[in-house]
Design a protein around this ligand. Structure first.
Ligand code: A3P
Length: 372
């Protein structure tokens, strides 16, 4: 017989970090096999061996990182310089264009809350769980966070607005941060789609400049690939109930907070009071005193000493023409079922319906009365 089985021994796992016995056993096992059996041992250089391994076990190509400190055996052999305190206690997961940057800024005003260091590529967002950054490992992730001065009272967090619609993020996040609290913001998905389209135009996205908003949302199957791709990125994050369902498969409902993004825009102090309660963060920070409405910007901003304001930059709260009624009607229909599902989900969670959702549901009722 030619060959029959391949065993791959990993001698460099962190479990063996301080475990000389592992290597000793391995070397002696190899010499035993050579001396006492007629099996032939072969090996390959590390890279080829890795390829071979993943050919045999393709399901292991995607790692799922867990918190090393959750297992005492891991913790005991971990380097003294390492800590698991450099991980977020909560995350703002998006979706994009719902007011995530305003929430981020307001959170940072709290004396006990700090965020990650900025990334050279994605600025304030780490974008770990939803991208290939995940494959860079948890050391890469933890490097983004400061060591908290007081582990129990300091709250580290990160905001990555693309976590919300990402397939992979909830499972990955829950594996590493099972105790984390999750904050999501929802606005009317039609408004979100339109704001996102305007955002893409402002960033000179080729397809967004070329096609009207109506072209984008109503593109059909045979449409050009760049238009279809833009359409997906524009519309899919607004399928709120499916995305929330996925997060709620991995996180218990009491760890998930759903904020009405329209309320954050009009009454941020009330929302920030709720957020503080949800997080259990102390001391209580008075946002009614710390925020002020800036009539020029048309938004709530941070009040600085001397009466000046610090508002979000030009890219937030852009001026653009209102959505055309045709696009509005199209999107109301497009999101109808999903909005109904969302209302059921919020009902199940015992959460109030945001005003925009109540309005959308009323439209559905009116339409069915008119049809009847
Ligand atoms: P527009 O620019 O379309 O008005 P995100 O930060 O998630 O990308 O969301 C951007 C949106 O946040 C803006 O969309 C704006 O409407 C909303 N927003 C809510 N509160 C804001 C604030 N205090 N300052 C600026 N924008 C705010």
């Amino acid at each position: 017989m030619d060959c029959c089985s391949i065993s791959i021994f990993m001698t460099h796992l962190s479990n063996y970090g301080n475990d000389r016995l592992g290597l000793y056993t391995f070397v002696h096992l190899a010499s035993f096999i050579r001396s006492w059996t007629n099996l032939k041992l072969h090996t390959l250089p590390p890279l080829q061996l890795a390829h071979k391994y993943f050919q045999l076990f393709p399901e292991q190509r995607n790692p799922l990182w867990q918190n090393p400190c959750d297992d005492k055996r891991h913790k005991d052999i971990w380097s003294k310089e390492k800590t698991c305190d450099r991980l977020p206690k909560f995350m703002v997961i998006g979706p994009q264009k719902t007011g995530t940057t305003a929430l981020y800024l307001f959170l940072l005003m709290h004396p006990s809350i700090s965020s990650n260091f900025p990334s050279p590529k994605t600025y304030e967002e780490v974008q770990f769980f939803n991208t290939n950054n995940y494959h860079k490992g948890i050391d890469w992730y933890m490097e983004f966070f400061p060591v908290p001065s007081n582990v129990s009272t300091d709250f580290l967090f990160e905001k990555s607005a693309n976590y919300f619609p990402s397939e992979e993020s909830p499972r990955r996040a829950a594996a590493l941060l099972p105790k984390a609290k999750i904050i999501t913001l929802l606005i009317n998905p039609s408004d979100r789609a339109y704001s996102w389209y305007q955002h893409q135009r402002a960033h000179e996205d080729h397809a967004a400049l070329r096609f009207t908003f109506y072209d984008v949302i109503s593109a059909r199957q045979g449409a050009p690939a760049e238009l279809r791709s833009l359409q997906n990125r524009c519309l899919l994050p607004g399928l709120y109930s499916s995305h929330l369902d996925r997060w709620l498969t991995y996180y218990p409902a009491n760890q998930v907070m759903i904020i009405d993004g329209h309320q954050l825009r009009t009454d941020p102090a009330a929302v920030m009071d709720e957020v503080q309660k949800f997080l259990g963060v102390t001391p209580h920070f008075n946002y009614s005193q710390a925020l002020t409405f800036d009539p020029q910007k048309g938004f709530w901003c941070q009040l600085l000493e001397g009466g000046k304001t610090k508002c979000l930059g030009k890219s937030k709260g852009r001026k653009y023409p209102p959505m055309e009624p045709e696009a509005h009607a199209y999107l109301s229909r497009y999101y109808r079922e999903h909005n109904v599902e969302l209302s059921k989900l919020l009902h199940r969670l015992g959460q109030p319906l945001p005003s925009w959702l109540r309005e959308e549901l009323q439209k559905i009722t009116l339409a069915s009365i008119n049809q009847g």
